[in-house]
Design a binder for this molecule. Structure first.
Ligand SMILES: Cc1ncc(COP(=O)(O)O)c(C=O)c1O
Length: 391
């Protein structure tokens, strides 16, 4: 069993980590998370910072331990091959490729589908624009045109934003990227009919299409559609195993065999030479078998928190956007600001994430129960409504 005092960091490294991360987290073997706060150990932390914080369950760890593996660079890892085939078939594509992260999947996708100087149409506040440290400019040399609102855009907005090829002035639009669900917009699902229309128009205009489906499973479960239907309009699609499905790592790109072959090259160019990654694949296969349908519980829990905190006049939450497992809410001018709410919540064992000076994100996942989500909502109401100005 791990205990906070036994974590294998050196004292100086621990101090460094503590300096940039005021709280120090550690799991025990039953998956409970402990929080060490200035030396005080708190049990039963409710961690809503992201759906990436989950602990692999004992059964998932067993699946990892028993995995058959080989050197993937020689195509000899049977478990990664199995996972890639399974994801390709789930998404209705010819082939799939495992990558360590969704960010690398997005970077490889852009590299494969664009050329330097090209224009890429994306939604407002997309992950590619906000959360990839400018990688798309550095790795692919593209520029972005962000359109629409609240994580979605229409066919007309797409058509209006297209810059034609061969023009003496315009950067050619060669790719449209849709994020489904949309992270910064609060887990919003991209309307499928609109995605179909946009991708058809993309084909007509010689533009490729890419789906950043880091949370495509959530979109599929929430809209009762098979993942293959959500993926069908797109040339290339990414999905993650390390978010709602609870695996310790891994995203996959899926598309035509020819496109995936090119992805292998660019994955390597970004440093992604894979070896015995079947250990990750085993966790991914376990997650696909056991953690898919329960995503509906996460969606219900996010809704529960949203409806409860919406009762405060100091919190603004657009309930229409709470469609899956992400909840983004704003604090009014008479509420404490986001860093203050995050700090107060942490003191009481609730971890959430400041998205902006007055904007907070909370994400539900398989390691938080309905009861914990109720408690999280009550804590937030208490912190915000009991606010009496700076102390
Ligand atoms: C929409 C979206 N795309 C891509 C990513 C990147 O995934 P990763 O954290 O595995 O790099 C994320 C991460 O949260 C995301 O929300």
């Amino acid at each position: 069993m791990y205990r906070v005092v036994n974590l294998c960091y050196s004292t100086s490294l621990r101090m460094e980590i503590n300096a940039c991360q005021p709280a120090f987290l550690a799991p025990d073997c039953a998956g409970r998370t402990y929080l060490s706060l200035r030396g005080q150990v708190m049990e039963h932390v409710i961690d809503l910072r992201s759906d990436t914080v989950t602990q692999p369950s004992p059964e998932m760890r067993e699946a990892i331990a028993g995995a058959l593996v080989g050197d993937d660079q020689f195509g000899e890892d049977p478990t990664i091959n199995l996972l890639q085939d399974r994801i390709a078939s789930l998404l209705g594509k010819e082939a799939a490729l495992w990558l360590p992260t969704g960010t690398m999947a997005n970077q490889v996708a852009l590299r494969v589908l664009t050329r330097p100087g090209d224009d890429v149409i994306v939604s407002q506040e997309s992950h590619a624009v906000w959360h990839e440290t400018g990688g798309s400019a550095a790795n692919s040399g593209v520029q972005f045109t962000a359109v629409g609102a609240k994580g979605v855009f229409t066919l007309d907005e797409f058509l209006d934003a297209i810059k034609p090829r061969g023009h003496v002035v315009y950067p050619p639009t060669t790719l449209v990227e849709i994020e489904n669900t949309h992270n910064r917009a609060g887990g919003v699902i991209f309307p499928q009919d609109e995605a179909v229309r946009i991708c058809e128009a993309a084909v007509a205009n010689g533009i490729a299409s890419y789906l950043d489906g880091a949370r495509l499973w959530n979109a599929a479960v929430a809209s009762s559609r098979p993942p293959s239907e959500c993926a069908a309009p797109f040339d290339l699609v990414s999905v993650a195993l390390s978010k709602g499905l609870g695996a310790p790592g891994g995203s996959l790109l899926a598309g035509s065999a020819e496109t995936i072959k090119r992805c292998v090259r660019y994955r390597r160019m970004l440093g992604g030479a894979m070896r015995q990654v079947g250990l990750f694949a085993a966790a991914g296969l376990y997650a696909l078998d056991h953690n898919m349908n329960r995503l509906a519980d996460d969606h219900a829990n996010a809704r529960l928190i949203a409806e409860r905190i919406a009762t405060s006049h100091r919190i603004v939450v657009d309930l229409d956007t709470v469609q899956t497992n992400i909840l983004v809410f704003r604090l009014t001018a008479d509420a404490p600001d986001a860093p203050t709410v995050v700090a107060r919540a942490r003191e009481r064992g609730l971890l959430i994430f400041a998205f902006g000076p007055r904007t907070i994100r909370a994400v539900t996942h398989l390691d938080v129960s309905q009861e914990q989500c109720q408690r999280a909502a009550d804590l937030l109401l208490d912190i915000v409504d009991q606010w009496a100005g700076p102390r």
